[in-house]
Design a protein around this ligand. Structure first.
Ligand code: HEM
Length: 463
């Protein structure tokens, strides 16, 4: 429905609110439910007041298409990216305009599938390290939270893929500093009044320390790569070699922004997707059996990177199970844009400065777009059904010019991690519990309590 203001502006409809902070208390408590329930109640796009800001949650495919595709140049990355910018600097995720365009052209080829596939041996090694840790868990038989384990795997992969293999001494510190940075960004992003990062509050001081250490490590690795002592297969090596049409290369400062961006953007998102997939498989034994049947076609060789490389294209149903987990639980649950100029839609207008939120979580669960939307069913993602699906129903990696550059890397990594876990362990979800969605920068399950045991044939082989 359209609402006309006293000045004749056409506005999106939204709830009338008595609380001075609007729906901000609900947003702090559970943003996913707030967005989803309002999209349901208003049957589509809706306006919500969060403290002093009006937020336009766009749901209807033609509204989203206008913002992300047809009028994309009228928008810039939104407010949620400002806090990230403070941590990362103007890298691909947070920059706009000419800088973003130039960087996108330089960076995208480095993430091409053929390059990412050269990282499979590294992913297999990281999964082996995760299995060594998990073997100890399986031996003691106690229940534990799976989430930190798969997050550790994802951090291991992204740090080594981006910076090179030789990181053993500093990896835990990098992980810890990235986590501190993420937690600051989360606080800063969702505060009704944002405290300037320069003020010496305890939280800001922690951020500055983490940021300083991250800069130091990343600058050292860049320095080594410049003097060709670094790993020549790393993503950083590809970025150092990248040139645009005019022969321009990235300087060290820009490289640092980009490297930090990849460490952050490629860590919790991918770990979250793997954790959610395992959770859904444990709750859906018939699906798990079909996934296992594919993986068990390689009974004792999923330790060999060459076998894994050959196996990946055959894990077709497994891929569907991952796609479906990312439908119900998209790690990037929402992203934002700010209007740079006036934009007219079918039943409302946006003024310069208007805040737009687009939520894969909402669109991927709405009953007008999906049958039985809350049921986990990987067969929604057969090739035929993918081809027949209209746009803006499913977009866990975004859409348009800003489509995630790490998509191939993430999807390969999740399949490698999943296959190597399921080929070795039986996983029991403790008490069959329901897990809470935990929408921070990424939507991470909180917690996934499991018990592990080595599978019978693995135990027999190793006896
Ligand atoms: C399951 C894992 C992942 C998910 C769900 C995901 C999701 C997304 C989404 C939704 C966007 C678009 C944001 C927007 O339009 O505002 C995006 C952008 C981006 N992602 Fe990912 N991502 C994942 C993994 C990765 C990885 C592994 C990397 C790199 C190592 C990465 C790097 C980036 C970058 C640099 C952008 C900005 C692209 C641009 O604006 O040009 N992501 N991602």
């Amino acid at each position: 429905m359209t609402v006309l203001t006293r000045t004749g502006e056409r506005r999106l409809d939204g709830p009338v609110l008595r609380h001075p902070l609007g729906v901000y208390p609900e947003y702090r408590a559970d943003p996913l439910t707030l967005f989803y329930d309002n999209a349901l109640a208003y049957g589509g796009s809706v306006r919500l007041r969060l403290a002093h800001q009006q937020v336009h949650l766009l749901v209807e495919p033609e509204h989203i298409e206008q913002v992300l595709v047809t009028h994309a140049e009228r928008y810039e990355k939104g407010i949620s990216y400002r806090s990230l910018n403070y941590l990362l600097g103007p890298g691909l995720l947070t920059s706009g305009g000419e800088l973003w365009k130039r960087q996108r052209a330089l960076i995208k080829p480095a993430f091409a599938r053929r390059h990412v596939e050269t990282e499979i041996p590294l992913m297999v090694e990281c999964a082996q390290r995760m299995r060594t840790r998990l073997d100890a868990r399986a031996a003691d038989g106690e229940a534990f939270d799976l989430v930190p384990e798969v997050m550790g795997f994802a951090a291991d992969v992204v740090c080594r893929a981006v910076l090179g293999a030789d990181l053993d001494g500093v990896l835990p510190q990098i992980e810890d500093d990235v986590r501190q940075g993420v937690s600051w960004v989360m606080q800063h992003m969702s505060a009704p009044i944002q405290i300037p990062p320069e003020l010496p509050t305890p939280g800001n001081r922690r951020l500055h320390r983490a940021r300083r250490r991250l800069h130091q490590v990343v600058d050292e690795v860049i320095g080594k790569h410049r003097h060709t002592e670094g790993d020549t297969h790393s993503l950083l090596a590809r970025l150092l070699a990248a040139r645009d049409d005019t022969g321009h290369a990235m300087d060290d400062e820009q490289l640092r922004h980009e490297v930090l961006t990849f460490l952050l953007a490629g860590h919790e998102t991918t770990g979250g997707a793997l954790a959610w997939t395992i959770y859904e498989l444990c709750r859906n034994p018939a699906v798990l059996d079909r996934v296992r049947a594919e993986i068990d076609a390689y009974p004792d060789a999923l330790d060999d990177p060459e076998v894994v490389r050959a196996a990946l294209p055959t894990l077709e149903y497994t891929g569907r199970a991952i796609d479906e987990a990312m439908r119900l639980h998209p790690p990037a649950w929402a992203f934002s844009r700010t209007a740079l100029e006036t934009d007219h839609f079918d039943r409302f207008d946006l003024a310069p400065g208007a805040i737009v939120v687009i939520s894969p979580f909402v669109n991927q669960r709405l009953p007008q777009f999906w049958d039985s939307p809350l049921t986990y069913d990987p067969d929604r993602f057969t090739k035929e059904r993918n081809r027949a699906r209209p746009p803006f129903r499913y977009f866990p990696f975004g859409w348009g010019a800003h489509l995630c550059v790490g998509q191939h890397m993430a999807l390969i990594e999740i399949r490698v991690g999943l296959a190597m876990l399921l080929s070795r362990y039986d996983i029991e979800l403790v008490n069959g519990m329901r897990v809470r969605e935990n929408p921070e920068i990424s939507n991470i399950p909180d917690p996934v309590m499991i018990r592990l045991s080595r599978r019978e044939h693995v135990a027999a082989q190793e006896a």
